[in-house]
Design a protein around this ligand. Sequence first.
Ligand code: NDP
Length: 454
Amino acid sequence: MIDRLVVFGGTGDLTGRYLLPGLAALRARGHLSDGFELVGASREDWNDEQFRSWATDWLEREAAGVDANTTSTLVRSSRYQRLDLGDPARVTACLAGEGPVAVYLALPPAVFPIAVSALHQAGLPAESQVILEKPFGEDLESARALNRLLAQLADERHVFRVDHFLAMTTVQNVLGTRLANRVLEPIWNSAHIDEVEIIWEESLALEGRAGYYDHVGALKDMLQNHLLQVLCLVAMEPPITLGERDLRDRKVDVLRSVRPLEDDDVATRTRRARYRAGRAGDRDIPAYAEEDGVTPEHRTETFAEVALELDSWRWPDTTFRLRTGKAMRQDRKEVVVHFRPVPHLPFEHPAGPLSNRLRFKLEPEGLTLELTGSGPSVSSTLVPLTLDAEMVPPELPAYGRILLDVLTGNSALSIRADEAEEAWRVLTPVVDGWSRDLAPLQEYDAGSDGPSRR
Ligand code: NDP
């Protein structure tokens, strides 16, 4: 197990909000060795004490459930290193120590190639790991170029491309429910499933993240990575094991099977929009175009939807609709599996809903099966039956799981190089088509259910 974690971008939001609480959870459950060391590195001119005080503040806010002794042990095991990626001596100083190290690039994506080259120049100790956050590249070409750089730096088994959705218990539950029960797998195909919706809609608006988001937008921020990963788990063939090769081979099969989108498909099967001013709950939300730091001419979308089809034996006739949006009426984060209607309904004049859906609720967690039963008059009244399953709370937060995998060298949940490129292949026609306005940029009121269907 590696016991040194160096975070480039160690003073950023990701480090404070997720990596430190993830480490605290690992420390609390005894997963970190006594000799574990955390090195935070960024361009800030800080000393160790400033970094420790900053880390303590974040841990008080984001890891309130972990006892103070544990968090202070973690903080004491940290140090700070000023980083200049153009100065090999500074990069080497970050890596100083015995044995392999895990280097987490919690940096703006544009800096990934510079950081990888700097590490290459500095020389990584043998058996070290490199971890990259999403988005991995900004298009197929840049993802390929980054993969080539990484291949010079380290063997693929030491490269971790993070998609924290894969480490969410609720997302993993899609696989557990599918593969550990006899009842679902026989009907898990186009003969029985009409449509699958993969939805991540949030009531939160931009929340001051224009510097990043305005260059990226909903498609590249959420759909190209997180939602495509969920699609893989929903649609994959059962893997032989959940080991890194089997699991990732089956996921890549799904991405490879996505039918390429032609111009007509971009026009009819995708939607993009950005929010106008509106009210969500008790909050007034300004129009996206008027948020601080936004350049309206970027025409960045805050809502994206893409309906995909898979060319495979299992899924010839099922639509997979992936949708994400900001400043929506409510948080709605779920996978909804819509079963087809029964072939024959022996009721005279059935009244009421005919629901037949399975919902994997991703946040907050839950699993709901919506069926239809008969009401007081068996011949004509149908009633909804809803079965809610309770889920076991996760042992580790998603970033705790990711960091544990990194430190122990388990790459099953990391995105493989070919997978990262396939994900871009799927959505490149959408990026290109939107740049040519094949789908208009619609508008929706903040606090609404999104743009109208075209
Ligand atoms: P922030 O802007 O909050 O932090 C970026 C960090 O990188 C800072 O520590 C910054 O410090 C450092 N940095 C920036 N440029 C350089 C440079 N040239 N050399 C050295 N250090 C640099 O971003 P986030 O923490 O939000 O995001 C980091 C990564 O994590 C991104 O790839 C993002 O997409 C991803 N991510 C973020 C999530 C989040 O909720 N925050 C969620 C999922 C992924 P300084 O400027 O002082 O050098």
